[in-house]
Design a protein around this ligand. Structure first.
Ligand SMILES: Cc1cc2nc3c(=O)[nH]c(=O)nc-3n(C[C@H](O)[C@H](O)[C@H](O)COP(=O)(O)OP(=O)(O)OC[C@H]3O[C@@H](n4cnc5c(N)ncnc54)[C@H](O)[C@@H]3O)c2cc1C
Length: 469
């Protein structure tokens, strides 16, 4: 059976009115338990708030666990090369790795992951990324929330708010029926800006010229991989970090023979903490929007076909993969970009590429502009000036036309180009922590987040170890 297609004409019917059980009143409600949500919940709890975090899945981590997005990208100035597969020896030192620019809760999570054997410390050998194990991340996230006194509700899909423009509470669909959590301040960490959009905040989608978003990717893990066989066969192209020379030729041959038919130019792999395992970031579905059920359905189908094709190609043709197999794919296809909620300031590509500074900085980023082509092959990669980082102002977390709400993570206020940089895991966690802190201070003072002074937010963030420079 084909996937259900969008009907050619839209019809609607009135739904029965209903009521929901009010299950909690809290200072801060964080919706979405991805990197931003975890950062927000920990930041708000450390600032003294009573916090509830609600998540649609039965585990935390967002893209990092549900979509198997690995590794944590580098958060150090001057972008290093990514790790060579299975190679933990020193990389060439002339990349001049600078300083880390994201600290605070993000480092606490990484340290705990390392202590639990679930991550590798960023180093020249990892290309300053953090390879991690998503299963260990799921448990560590729960441990950290428990220790911080954060209450969580899982299997709860947020479907609406109590009131537009000043939501005061969120409605969740659950196996127990509709549930309502009321809160003094809400932080939207859904990645898609579901709560802000439901509350009436304006938003943008896609690039300025045509509204197209970055493609989606179904990530998967292959085990039984032999790094020695692979590394002994290929060599890195000096001009191309995404592919390797011998592999490139095999891809071209298989594409010409019709064995590979992918809308991307190369195959991209990442090492994990486990030597016999590789994370494959190589499927690509364009023309699909991650907040459209019909697009998502088609994207899941197409990406799984691509995964099968790639796995067959690797095991048949690529040394090191002959005994490998797909051990796991994402619970869902990875969604890079959907709504960008418009806030009091919109961060631009120019801000990112000029490493611009703001007085109301609440987080910093240094990851390049990294736009996977929304229409097919190719990636637009532009680095932040060497040794430097850009600031993210608090105003990017304050949605226009709405009070009592902040955004964090990949749905904050920025252009398509800026988003392609700040969307990565470390920066998402940092904006999460900042939103959590501002939400806690707002709840404590009985005022909207906009009226919390930036000095108070920055002072508390610094106390929590955040790097604002
Ligand atoms: C294919 C792909 C590859 C990437 N590669 C890398 C990489 O190598 N390194 C890197 O650092 N970053 C990478 N990224 C970016 C990074 O993974 C994400 O952008 C990051 O996870 C953003 O964090 P977030 O918390 O804002 O959003 P998400 O991770 O999307 O988390 C949102 C959370 O909210 C939940 N949620 C959503 N809607 C609702 C709702 N209505 N009700 C309740 N819960 C809800 C979701 O289940 C999820 O847990 C990649 C992204 C993709 C898609």
């Amino acid at each position: 059976m084909p996937p259900l297609r969008r009907p050619p004409t839209s019809r609607s019917i009135a739904l029965p009115p209903r009521s929901g059980a009010v299950v909690a009143d809290t200072d801060v409600l964080v919706v979405g338990g991805g990197p931003a949500g975890i950062g927000a919940a920990l930041g708000a709890a450390s600032a003294g708030a009573e916090v509830i975090l609600a998540e649609r899945y039965g585990f935390l981590g967002g893209n990092a666990t549900a979509a198997l997005v690995m590794p944590w990208m580098s958060f150090h100035t001057r972008r290093p090369q990514p790790p060579r597969l299975g190679d933990t020896s020193l990389m060439p030192s002339d990349h001049g790795i600078g300083e880390p620019v994201v600290a605070g809760k993000h480092i606490d999570v990484i340290e705990r992951l390392i202590a639990e054997g679930g991550a590798m410390r960023p180093s020249p050998g990892t290309g300053y990324t953090v390879p991690f194990d998503p299963e260990i991340f799921k448990v560590v996230a729960l441990d950290l929330l428990d220790e911080a006194g954060v209450c969580y509700l899982l299997h709860a899909f947020a479907s609406g708010v109590l009131e537009p423009h000043d939501p005061k509470g969120v409605i969740f669909e659950s196996k127990s029926g509709p549930l309502v959590v009321r809160a003094r301040t809400i932080v939207d960490c859904t990645g898609d800006g579901d709560i802000a959009a439901a509350a009436g905040a304006p938003f943008e989608i896609g690039r300025a010229q045509d509204g197209l978003v970055q493609p989606m990717t179904l990530m998967f893990r292959m085990v039984g991989f032999d790094p020695a066989g692979f590394a002994g066969y290929v060599e890195e192209r000096p001009d191309q970090w995404r592919s390797v020379h011998g592999l490139w030729e095999l891809i071209e041959k298989a594409s010409a023979a019709g064995e590979l038919d992918l809308p991307r130019e190369d195959l991209l792999f990442f090492a994990t903490p486990h030597p016999g395992e590789v994370s494959v970031n190589s499927t690509r579905v364009t023309g699909a929007l991650g907040i459209d059920a019909f697009d998502l359905t088609r994207a899941e189908q197409v990406s799984r076909w691509q995964m099968r094709q790639i796995a067959k190609f690797l095991t048949k043709h690529v040394p090191g993969f002959s005994d490998a197999y797909v051990a796991q794919s994402g619970v869902n296809i990875g969604v890079r970009e959907t709504r960008r909620i418009l806030g009091d300031y919109q961060l631009t590509g120019e801000d990112v590429l000029a490493a611009r500074k703001f007085d109301d900085v609440i987080a910093r980023g240094t990851y390049p502009v990294d736009i996977h082509n929304p229409t097919g092959k190719g990636t637009d990669l532009r680095t932040v000036p060497a040794g430097d980082a850009y600031d993210i102002p608090l105003r990017c977390l304050l949605p226009r036309d709405v009070e009592g709400l902040l955004t964090a993570g990949r749905c904050i206020s920025g252009t398509h180009v800026a988003h392609s940089s700040y969307r990565v895991t470390p920066t998402a966690m940092a904006t999460g922590q900042a939103a959590g802190v501002c939400a806690a201070l707002a709840a404590d003072g009985g005022r909207p987040p906009r009226q919390v002074g930036i000095d108070a937010v920055q002072t508390e963030l610094r106390r929590q170890g955040a790097d604002l420079r």
